[in-house]
Design a protein around this ligand. Structure first.
Ligand code: 6PG
Length: 479
């Protein structure tokens, strides 16, 4: 075979196919392979005119059609399928070749695979790719992990097909081994939080404000022009203005209210628990999906007719629409602050040296959480790379200070009227927790010392102490 491909894609379901087409459209020769050859043939038949594809029926032919060092993108369902593809291809590759997993793999799996393949002289690059099918085709946000060396050979190609902001690619080397997949996971966790907060804003405008979905769609359109401007706000307006053709009802009213999940939000929370980072916004979003899908429990609650507030309870004491916008923005800031803190904590734990500002930069276009707002996050980290929390950056501090009265009114209205708003409420509680000069954690320390002699520290001197609670004089001793 004379012509060689710069890159290969194995796994040609819609994401793999679109990534392959994106490379081809950018003038790269792309080797394509799929478990069933029919899909490979279909791709070439339908889209062959878009660029140069080298279809291969066998793994051996596929590998032989790649220039060295070989770059093989794996785009299969995360999990066992990924291991199977690695097992199939690794023996065919040579030292310095790269296997790139572009699926939503768990970062711990990526770390394991990277370590195993490194021993065989191969680079394993776990890379986050966000933007769905359209993004894969027209320019996703790309978050590659793996070695620096692999990025030198691979980065320019990925940057080429990524989304751009003012000509700058939405792709950067995130850090070694599992760093790319970790960051993609947190991206998805933030996506869950963002979606939950938007859903709560809609619910409040509908239930407390009495607006129709179509009216709320217009509100979201207006918000999309302002500081909340983002892909998720934009598509929310689209979904809310949709009418169901069969019934003539608002589309949102004919969809079953049980939100599903593939698991990346849950992983984010699990990882945050291990790292000890309070990502309460993401956790509330994951739990809210779980609650929505808990059919048995919801049915039991409906049968028991759990009482709500009286009909005349708490009308909103302010401009509901303007207040909800403030609450949404402030809660969103909290969710992002928490997600970025989680990235920084993982980076410290695993020595990844992730630049948080660079993550904000590559999320500005291509990905699901793309938003105007990310520019400010980037600027915040440019100013202060070691920023402990986004909430103390000038822009965000101002925004939250300006929003907090409205935010409190919205949470109060939700509670008074019995409208569930766990995202808004927990974000506010987190904010107040950070603000507090004294937390009731001191009492918890006292309780722990009482029942388990777990000891405590004092505010006025160094050391660990224990009170002899069982004795009459309850004397304090050095622990
Ligand atoms: C993206 C998305 C994508 C994710 C879905 C599904 O960045 O393009 O995050 O990777 O698979 O949005 O998420 P759930 O099914 O868990 O809602």
């Amino acid at each position: 075979m004379s012509e060689k491909a710069q890159i290969g894609v194995t796994g040609l379901a819609v994401m793999g196919r679109n990534l392959a087409r994106n490379f081809a459209r950018h003038g790269h020769t792309v080797a394509v392979h799929n478990r069933s050859y029919q899909r490979t043939e279909e791709l070439v038949k339908e889209f062959g005119h878009e660029g140069t594809f080298l279809p291969a029926e066998s793994a051996e032919d596929f590998v032989a059609s790649l220039e060295k060092p070989r770059r093989v993108i794996i785009m299969v369902k995360a999990g066992k399928a990924t291991d199977a593809v690695i097992d199939e291809f690794a023996p065919l590759l040579e030292e310095g070749d790269m296997l790139i997993d572009a699926g939503n793999a768990h970062y711990a799996d990526t770390r394991r695979r990277e370590a195993a393949l490194k021993e065989r002289g191969l680079h394993f690059v776990g890379t986050g790719v966000s933007g769905g099918e359209e993004g894969a085709l027209h320019g996703p946000s790309i978050m590659p992990g793996g070695s620096k060396e692999s990025y030198e050979a691979l980065g320019p190609l990925l940057e080429d097909i990524s989304a751009k902001v003012d000509g700058e690619p939405c792709c950067v080397h995130v850090g070694p081994d599992g760093a790319g997949h970790f960051v993609k996971m947190v991206h998805n966790g933030i996506e869950y939080a963002d979606m939950q907060l938007i859903a709560e804003a809609y619910d409040l405008l509908r239930q407390a404000g009495g607006h129709s979905p179509a009216e709320i769609a217009s509100v979201f359109k207006t918000w999309n022009e302002g500081r909340l401007g983002s892909y998720l706000i934009e598509i929310t307006a689209e979904v809310l203005q949709q009418t169901d053709a069969a019934t003539g009802k608002p589309f949102v009213d004919i969809v079953k209210d049980a939100a599903e999940q593939k698991g990346t939000g849950r992983w984010t929370v699990q990882a945050a628990l291990d790292l000890g980072v309070p990502v309460s916004g993401i956790a509330e979003a994951v739990f809210a999906r779980a609650l929505s899908g808990g059919t048995d429990v919801r049915e039991a609650a409906a049968t028991a007719q759990l009482p709500g507030p009286s009909a005349q309870a708490g009308s909103h004491g302010g401009d509901l629409q303007a207040d909800v916008e403030q609450a949404l923005f402030a809660s969103k800031i909290v969710a992002y602050a928490q997600g970025f803190q989680q990235i920084q904590a993982a980076s410290a734990e695993y020595d990844w040296e992730i630049d948080p500002g660079a993550m904000a930069k590559i999320w500005r276009a291509g990905c699901i959480i793309r938003a105007k707002f990310l520019d400010y996050i980037k600027q915040a980290y440019d100013k202060q790379p070691e920023l402990a929390t986004l909430l103390v950056d000038d822009y965000f501090l101002d925004a939250v200070s300006g929003a907090q009265e409205a935010w409190r009114r919205v949470v109060a209205t939700a509670a008074a009227q019995g409208i569930p708003a766990p995202g808004f409420a927990s974000a506010l509680a987190y904010y107040d927790g950070l603000r507090a000069s004294r937390l009731p954690a001191a009492l918890i320390q006292g309780q722990r010392d009482f029942f388990g002699a777990h000891t405590y520290q004092r505010v006025d001197k160094e050391g660990a102490f224990h009170t002899l609670w069982a004795t009459e004089d309850r004397k304090e001793i050095d622990a």
